[in-house]
Design a protein around this ligand. Structure first.
Ligand code: FAD
Ligand code: NAI
Length: 477
């Protein structure tokens, strides 16, 4: 039975969905959001925040922080005259802290829904056809009508055929963020973002970590120089990264996991590990949406087809976040959510897909925005490069011995001087990249950045120097 008519009905309460809902409500629209809640809630209530808050960005960063402190305490405190002995990790306590952060944030989103008068509906949403006022959406036994639907159903881990994920011995991101003991030996299939972040967490805590990557080149999404530097640094840290492999077997047994793979030359290798993490990308969630019934178009990658404003081919049906094309990043999903809400409200919603930053929270952190050097070459664009190491930066050295690692590389158009890409490997790259994003969003030239006063001593001075270096006039290098 049709219950209520909304202006906007959002399916999925992750970053794409909850932000769409909040922004639409701020703009005076009546909004509902349904969430099917696969995440364990002690009270069985819907948990908002999606992959990001529950089993993604937030828990992984909490574990990265704890493991970073652990490594600092064990390896770099002594060089600064701080003697704390050999640190011990309490995995249960670390997980308890991580879970508390997740709960605090998911409860917080619920509070934001209340504040903005967004109706939260517990359950799996699907299309039930068209009604008198727009689209009919079914959640459980109930039906709702809405003028606009925003599909924000996100993604889930891709699994490999023949490798049974039980989230105990063989884990995807869900189990990987909840290991109950420190594995002596850990294998990860896929040396992408999750592989490197989760591999770093457990290596820092003492696991022997091997990453098995199918691609012949390491970190091919990043700028070539960044990938090369990262490979060097991670190898020095003890991450064993094998590229160009083909996995032939991965099975859980009584004692752990047996993994077999072929290397680039076709040679067979066997590995035994306590745990295996499969991190080979993600697939969009469109199951059970009943989208076929309304003719919603899905592309050959399983994503809902949308235009640059996240409109689907059907009037009043929009889609945002991991379920559509583009990088699977929380901030990209949120940007799209704001854009869609503003478009629905009759405003000129906007999302600049050219200035979406990427960050990997390894140590050193890696962050970039815009085009890589290899992309500029492929595009046939003449460019200039300003590259400055953190080693010449006083703040970096003062922060600790590992902070001097890495560099900022700025790429600017040879003709117009406009900044085309900024690539950072180094301490706090996740925060530093914001300046580059701002500059590129406003179409700045490297000369503009070179003329901005940067506080001293700060890591941001390396961005300033890289901008100066684009004009061959760095002051500290
Ligand atoms: P999701 O967050 O997946 O949310 C979709 C929601 O929809 C889910 O809650 C799901 O239960 C619900 N749902 C699905 N189908 C239905 C239905 N039919 N009815 C009702 N509800 C439904 N990104 C970053 O930017 N920075 C990071 O540091 C980062 N770290 C990550 C770490 C890990 C381990 C992982 C796995 C991902 C990480 N990401 C990170 C990616 C980020 O989590 C996603 O890009 C982001 O969550 C996508 O948001 P979304 O709203 O599109 O989808
Ligand atoms: P990914 O795409 O980053 O990396 C997957 C890796 O697995 C690739 O290098 C790929 O070549 C490799 N691979 C694929 N099939 C393989 C196979 N059969 N054998 C061996 N290797 C194989 O995906 P990942 O790490 O699973 O993360 C998923 C997404 O989540 C990311 O793309 C990103 O969008 C998001 N994420 C973002 C983070 C951040 O912003 N800091 C952190 C973690 C995840």
């Amino acid at each position: 039975m049709t219950q209520q008519v909304f202006d906007v009905f959002v399916i999925g309460g992750g970053p794409g969905g909850y932000i769409t809902a909040i922004r639409a409500a701020q703009l005076g629209l009546s909004v509902a959001c349904c969430e099917s809640n696969p995440y364990a809630d002690p009270k069985g209530e819907p948990r908002l925040g999606g992959t990001c808050l529950n089993v993604g960005c937030i828990p992984s960063k909490a574990l990265l922080h704890t493991s970073h402190l652990f490594e600092e305490a064990g390896h770099s405190f002594a060089s600064q005259g701080i003697n704390v002995g050999t640190p011990k990790i309490d995995v249960a306590k670390m997980m308890e802290r991580k879970n508390a952060i997740v709960t605090q944030l998911t409860v917080g989103i619920k509070g934001l829904f209340k504040k903005n008068k967004v109706t939260l509906i517990n359950g799996h949403g699907s299309f039930a056809g068209q009604g008198a006022k727009g689209w009919r959406i079914k959640v459980g036994e109930e039906e709702f009508e809405t003028r606009h639907v925003v599909v924000a159903t996100g993604s889930r881990a891709r699994h490999l055929p023949g490798i049974a994920v039980d989230n105990k011995l063989i884990c995807d991101n869900i189990g990987a963020l909840d290991l109950d003991t420190l594995p002596k030996k850990l294998v990860l299939i896929g040396a992408g973002v999750i592989g490197l972040e989760m591999g770093s967490v457990w290596r820092r805590l003492g696991s022997e970590v091997t990453l098995l990557e199918a691609m012949p080149d390491f970190l091919s999404v990043a700028d070539v120089d960044i990938a090369r530097e990262a490979a060097k640094v991670f190898a020095k840290q003890g991450l064993n990264i094998q590229t160009g492999v083909t996995i032939t077997k991965a099975v859980a047994g009584k004692k752990g996991v047996e993994v077999a793979y072929k290397d680039q030359d076709g040679k067979e290798h066997q590995l035994s590990a306590d745990r295996l993490i499969v991190s080979v990308g993600r697939v969009p969630n469109t199951e059970g949406l009943n989208h076929e019934a309304i003719g919603l178009r899905i592309n050959d990658r399983g994503q809902i087809e949308v235009d640059a404003h996240c409109r689907t081919s059907l009037p009043g049906v929009w889609a945002v976040g991991d379920v559509v094309s583009g990088p699977m990043l929380a901030h990209k999903a949120m940007e799209e959510g704001v854009m869609v809400a503003e478009c629905i409200a009759g405003q000129a919603g906007h999302c600049n897909f050219d200035t979406i930053p990427w960050v990997m929270y390894t140590n050193p952190e890696i962050a970039w925005v815009g085009r890589t050097e290899q992309k500029l070459k492929a595009d046939g664009l003449a460019y200039k490069v300003g590259k400055i190491p953190f080693l010449v930066n006083g703040r970096a050295l003062g922060m600790g011995e590992t902070a001097g690692v890495g560099f900022v590389k700025m790429l600017a158009c040879a003709e117009t001087d406009r900044v085309l890409g900024v690539h950072i490997i180094g301490a706090n790259a996740s925060e530093l990249i914001a300046e580059a994003v701002t500059a590129m969003e406003f179409g700045a030239a490297s000369e503009d950045l070179a003329r901005i006063c940067h506080a001293h001593p700060t890591l941001a001075e390396v961005i300033h120097e890289a901008a100066l270096a684009c004009d061959q006039r760095p002051l500290h290098f």
